[in-house]
Design a protein around this ligand. Structure first.
Ligand SMILES: Cc1cc2nc3c(=O)[nH]c(=O)nc-3n(C[C@H](O)[C@H](O)[C@H](O)COP(=O)(O)OP(=O)(O)OC[C@H]3O[C@@H](n4cnc5c(N)ncnc54)[C@H](O)[C@@H]3O)c2cc1C
Length: 486
């Protein structure tokens, strides 16, 4: 028989779970503190400029497709997906590397930088594809309950790849520092340094070079709109501006929530808010993980973000642009080893209006600037300004154009906003990193060990950070609820 289920939050994982649970016949309601759904993936619209506030890289299109297929739908029922060509550009201090939309082009670019490098590249990507097939079809679809989930015929024969790092694997095959940075970039999405990330995670390189970079016309928020429409069509009730203040527990079992002061009863509670925050909604005795536990985890970075409207079209840029003209190692140390504001940050900029006219007024450009920083850093208006000045000057020099006098407006978002908008632990942007010791069954659990009928989903639990993993997380927790809550 269907249960009543209260879901906290409306990010990708919560929306995904809500669809699977409603499809299974449960009576599902979402309670979201903000005025719009989507969590970290909300949208900012200003004077005809459209910004995705959070995620902008659409990778692993197969996972999005599988999600909608599970409901007899396709992505194309909801949005138009275009493959970006080129996928992106990387600016180094003395050179630009352009990543094309298929392997032959990418190999040519590698050969231009380092003669003979296309051969090891093809081998590396072919192994990355093998990892992708194992990870996506075998490993990632497990709920992270037992270590034995990781033991498959395929993983046992490749166990060394969990203990070698992506960094050592890349350096074994490539000598040119620019190619090394190019190949280490994709695993940054997993939230840790490449030297802390198992080489098995090279499946991200296959996602990058093998599957390509895509763009939903209108921006990433189109996916959220699609999932909201799907959820509502399945009967999910979505309540926005509805802050959850407490998870109620009776006789060791979750019995509902208090939202905007109102007591709401349900058979099951599922939280898609940041795991750490979700546990603070419980009395101390019901929390599974101590403050010391969270303190010891490796968190993915926070970010300083700028959403900028330009009154002209910019030149020599692509939809996605990485600025790797400073030392990657030093910046990484400032994020993970010795948390502080980086002196010479690497940064990333996207201009969705380069390929999608709907995202800026005619003759204008929508610009999103991102500097990854350590979570928990001091965040002041002065620091934000100081860093904007640094990166906009570097942007002008590296792209050979003046743009500062063409800025119509600029909004920023940083650590304090991540905390106030999303109740994010230390203002993290991308959740908890996927290191060897924070993989699968070693991550915070989908089901509470202390409170019956209480579950968690999202980027701090399995499988990890990113939009595709969040979609999978929602599916995994829904399957677990269906199994456990008879
Ligand atoms: C700047 C940035 C760039 C990124 N870039 C990419 C990218 O390019 N590609 C990619 O794949 N991933 C990217 N990511 C990661 C991706 O966005 C996240 O992994 C994903 O959106 C996380 O979804 P979630 O379901 O875990 O939670 P969230 O999106 O964090 O949703 C949690 C929700 O819970 C709500 N909530 C919190 N507390 C309460 C409460 N007490 N009551 C009610 N509601 C509450 C919050 O308001 C929020 O809506 C990026 C993230 C950021 C921030």
């Amino acid at each position: 028989m269907g249960k009543t289920i209260s879901i906290i939050g409306s990010g990708f994982s919560a929306l995904s779970a809500s669809c699977y649970l409603a499809q299974a016949g449960h009576d599902v309601s979402i309670y979201e503190k903000n005025g719009t759904v989507g969590g970290r993936a909300r949208q900012l619209e200003k004077d005809g400029f459209v910004f995705d506030i959070g995620p902008s890289w659409y990778w692993m299109p197969d996972i999005f497709e599988k999600f909608f297929n599970d409901f007899g739908k396709s992505t194309s029922d909801y949005y138009q997906l275009d493959k970006l060509s080129p996928a992106y550009k990387i600016f180094f201090s003395d050179e630009v590397i352009t990543i094309g939309d298929h392997m032959d082009q990418i190999c040519e670019e590698f050969e231009r930088i380092e003669s003979g490098s296309s051969k090891p590249l093809r081998k590396f990507i072919s192994q990355a594809q093998e990892h992708y097939d194992i990870a996506i079809n075998k490993v990632v679809l497990k709920p992270g309950i037992s270590p034995f989930e990781l033991v498959t015929k395929e993983t046992v024969t490749r166990v060394d790849r969990f203990f070698k790092t992506i960094s050592s694997e890349v350096r074994k095959n490539f000598k040119n520092p620019k190619l090394i940075s190019t190949l280490e970039f994709p695993v940054l999405f997993l939230g840790a340094k490449p030297s802390q990330t198992p080489s098995f995670y090279s499946f991200m390189n296959f996602a990058d070079f093998g599957l390509g970079t895509w763009h939903p016309k209108g921006g990433m928020y189109e996916i959220i709109k699609a999932m909201k429409a799907l959820a509502e069509s399945l009967g999910v009730r979505i309540n926005t501006d509805c802050n959850v203040e407490m998870i109620n527990v009776e006789n060791g079992k979750a019995s509902g929530i208090i939202a905007n002061g109102e007591n709401i009863k349900s058979d099951v509670v599922l939280s898609g808010a940041d795991y750490h925050h979700s546990e603070t909604l419980l009395d101390q005795k019901y929390r599974q993980y101590s403050e010391a536990y969270w303190e010891k985890r490796t968190f993915a970075p926070s970010s300083l973000l700028f959403y900028v409207g330009f009154d002209k079209k910019l030149k020599d840029i692509e939809h996605h642009n990485l600025f790797f003209d400073t030392n990657f190692e030093t910046h990484a140390e400032n994020i993970y080893d010795d948390p502080q504001w980086p002196e010479n940050p690497l940064f990333y900029v996207n201009f969705p209006s380069v390929t999608d006219k709907t995202m800026a007024p005619d003759g204008c450009e929508t610009g999103f600037f991102l500097i990854p920083i350590a979570p928990g850093l001091e965040d002041t208006p002065e620091l934000r300004e100081q860093y904007f000045d640094i990166i906009i000057s570097r942007f002008e020099n590296l792209t050979n154009q003046k743009v500062q006098s063409n800025i119509l407006f600029k909004e920023s978002f940083c650590v304090n906003d991540f905390v106030s908008e999303y109740n994010s632990y230390k203002g993290n942007a991308y959740g908890m990193a996927n290191t060897l010791m924070q993989t699968a069954f070693l991550r915070p659990k989908l089901k509470s060990k202390k409170v019956d009928s209480l579950y968690f989903t999202g980027q701090l639990t399995v499988p990890g950070p990113g939009v595709p993993p969040s979609l999978i997380s929602g599916k995994l927790v829904a399957e677990l609820i269906n199994k456990k809550e008879k």
